[in-house]
Design a binder for this molecule. Sequence first.
Ligand code: GLA
Length: 723
Amino acid sequence: MILFDEAKQVFHLNTPGTSYVIGIHDEGLLLNLYYGKRLPDHDLWHLSRRMRCASFSPCDPVLAPTGFSVDVAPMEYPTNGRGDFRVSAVAAKNRDGNTVTDLRYQSYRIFAGKPDLPGLPHLYVTNDAQCDTLEITLCDPYTNLTAVLVYSVFKDCDVITKYVRFVNHGTHPLKLCRAMSSCLDLPSMDYDLITLYGRHVKERQFVRRPLAHGLQGVRSVRGSSSHAQNPFAALAQTGATETTGNVYGFNLVYSGNFEITGEVDFGPTTRMVMGICGTDFLWNLQPGESFTTPEAVHVFSDRGLGGMSRIFHRAYSDHLIRGRWQYEKRPLLINSWEAAYFDFDTDKLIAFARQAKELGIELLVMDDGWFGKRNDDTTSLGDWFINTDKLDLGRLVDAVHELGLKFGIWFEPEMISPDSDLYRAHPDWCVHVPGRVPSLARQQYVIDVSREDVRDNIFGQIRAILDNYEIDYLKWDFNRNLSEAGSALLDADRAQEFFHRFVLGTYDLQNRLTNTYPDLLLENCSGGGGRFDPGMLYYSPQIWTSDNTDPIERLMIQFGTSLCYPASTMGAHVSACDRTGYETKGNVALWGTFGYELDPCKLDEQTKATVKQQVAEYHRYYDLIHTGDLYRLICPWDNPFCCAWSFVSRDQNETLVTLVCMRHEEQVLFHLKLQGLDPEKRYQLEGTDEIYSGALLMYAGVDVSERADRDGDSLKLHFTAIG
Ligand code: GLA
């Protein structure tokens, strides 16, 4: 619900549990008056005391007598060069060559529903009643640049999205040097900043540190959201835990260079801005042209980090993931990568499929190595035609389908090998800048998907495969970051538009793919989880979480990923790695979109029996895991010895609890306290006649001390409400 109080000049945006209040101050300056737990009223102007000017703070001459300065006020969309010295949201270079920018309130519009963002992924609603949208138009009186701030307020979850649409209504060209999607100014610094850092095979590691005066935050300049930092951050009130305290969650629906920058000033107040990274970004706006930023997602919970995560999970399951596989049960897959790497042929894969069928697996994915002359990673990216020396794809696909399995294939569409027919024919199609030899990573270059002719070629090649063979699933990989980032088609003036144009090109390709093949199950990937972000989830309902399939190391990765992303999106496979037994490998992989990453023909009889049991459990718990609520009961960043999590059905009639003993400690007896149950209901532990109240399970807990008492052991407890 969105209200505008004309008398008080205040916008009041309400989700079921939160309020966001924006005020129009004198001289048309837009202020961020409040964001947090829902308020019944919105007269917050008395809090304007903290807007008093400090010494050295510049004042708008009209407002100077009132002591108002943008340097200390909570600005809704702070501009560069007009006296607010904190990190700004926007800077536009004008015809005079300076970047002083000044945006003043002009008008507003409130309507039901949520508009689409052109060419960009975004949250959506299926009918207009699910959400209201507010557009506030600001204008720079000198340049006539307008910024339309677009807020969508959801009615079924505590989510507010924001983005900005710029239009150059002036008569001179402008250059946007900085164009953030959102800004939030909070009136204190009593928060910890939580972010997710990582690297290849170690994605989304949890890090929490108290805010300090000055700048702090995360960014990517790698051309993709990257392994190194996720476009996610949370501000947790000092002392907030998994279950208690106020937490703000921030996530950018974008897969390229981003920044989430926090700044604590002398106030102390805290500013958080998020958007496309300001480094190496410059966008030309000719008169009449417009530019739309990516969308930022904001969540507030007064129920700790767990509460924040569950809001993200439901919002993304219902308002971000799309298409046939949003709610339809996904097939349980086996992937050839760790089983065979590049060493396979038609018969070997048919043998995999036969054995997989016997185990109950539903989809065979042929990974890297089926195209061009690819027998290792030095060659052939870009040559997306079948390597007939090694493969009869028609025979393979038919055999797999005859067995009753689905068939999947791997592509890496944004890449090109120097040793490929495509590169030899079009050397200028690789991402490069004049006068510099492009750097190699994994022996490959990036192909310039900012160009339409390149996208047409790549998509044409993908179509030639998908139109001629019955392909049910496609894994879309991205195995390096961008350096010497430029395009042969962009002149010096537009060179710094490249990074964003590259991301728009990727989105266009994924859009073409999902529109042309609506039944195809798409799984994104980037050397594991190097592009695990909401932008990619708009096109693919699942993403390969990490190339690390060690179940113990996976715990940190999956716990971290779950801060923001639902279980249904996290590719999680059992592999042959022998750090733990198959039971624990299965229990950890069951958390996500389950599958296998091993040679099924090499399993002994006992392991085959375990796999069959896991397949049965996958079916049994699918709905609970894919639609239930996740509770992180013991997090690995809090406890180095064991961790535990549970899924609770939305009707609170069922819960599946998993505990993994990472390192056994002698004499550690403890009671595991469950969460999310109905205290009044009575629950029976499966396989026993033990019955407990929900209250007892949550407040006193269940004794798990003797059930998992060796390194790498794990257990599952399944409770169902009775009566
Ligand atoms: C990446 C992926 C792997 C596999 C290889 C193939 O590393 O994460 O799963 O597809 O590429 O080269």
